[in-house]
Design a protein around this ligand. Sequence first.
Ligand code: ZN
Length: 318
Amino acid sequence: MQSNIIGLHHVTAMSGHPQRNVDFYHGILGLRLVKVSVNQDDPDTYHLFYGDGKGSPGSAMTFFPWMNMRAGYVGARQVGVTAFSVPKTAIPFWQQRLETAGFHPSLEERFGEPTLMFADPDGILLEIVGAADDPRQAWADGPVPQEFGIHGFHHVELWTKDPEPTGDFLSQVFRTAIASHSGDRTRHIFGAGAPGQIVDLVQLSDRPNGLMGVGTVHHVAFRTPMPEDELIVREAVEAGGLRPTEVIDRFWFKSVYFREPGGVLFELATDTPGFDVDEHAEKLGEKLILPPWLEARRSLLEKSLVHFELPNGVSFPI
Ligand code: ZN
C-alpha cells in the first residue's frame, strides 16, 4: 500500500547551552549548522538546525536550547533513540572519534548492521549505524572526512509500554510495512526501508514514562514531500480519531502536529520550500534568521539571546 510519507524529515530535541550543543553536533558529529533561528512559539530561545551539506529532509536534527528548563527523563511515550547512518566501513572511525572525545559508545550488531550507542552531552540517546547501502552523501566540507560522515537519519525508536495502538496507527494511517521483528523491537518501514525510512517500535515494559525536559526529544517529523501529500495524511490522521493541528507555516516547511496514540508528538513536514529559501546554499547557518513576522523584534531578540560561536569565528546572535 502506497504511503504519502516517504520517511523521516527531522527530529527536534531540547538541549542545554547552545555552545555545548554546537561543539558536539557540529564539532564532533560533523553535521553542518544549516540554520540559526528562534523558536517560533518562544522567540527568546534559539532554534538550531543541523544536517548534511544542504540540510536535506531526513538529515535535520534540530534543537531548542532551553537553558533554564529542568532535565528531562528518557522513557516510554517518547522518541527514546535517534540513530544516524554512516557507511559500514566508518564504524571503527566513529568508535575511535567518540572515545577520544570522552563519549564511550557501546557496540552492538542489530539486523546485520553494526551500531554504536551513546548519549550526547545533555543525555539525548543517539546511535550511529553502519548501513550497508545508503546512497545519500555526507557534508563535504565539515570537520569529519566525507567518506566517514553522517548521511542523515537511520531510524528513530519510539518507546512504549504497549506497542499495539502505535503499531496499528503506523500500519493503518501512516501505511508502514513491518520489515522485521526481534525481541521487543518491531521495525516499521516506509517505501523500501532504506536508512531514513525506518521507525522502530520498542516495548519497554518496566520503563517509566518519559518526562519532557533537557536531554529528551520533543517531536519527530515525517516527510510528506508536497503540500498535497501533507493534506492527505492529515485527513487520514483525523479520520483515525486523532486531532491534528491545521497546517502551520514554518517558513522552511509546512507543518501539522498531533500526538499519536502512544503519546509521542508527531509532525508532518513538507520538503519544500527548504532551508535555502532565505539564505544562499553556501552561506547557510551564518547569521540569525528570523521569519518575516519576527523581524520587527530583531534588536530586542538580539539582546536576549545568549552568545555562542562556531569554530570558523562566526558568532551569534550577531
Ligand atoms: Zn518540527
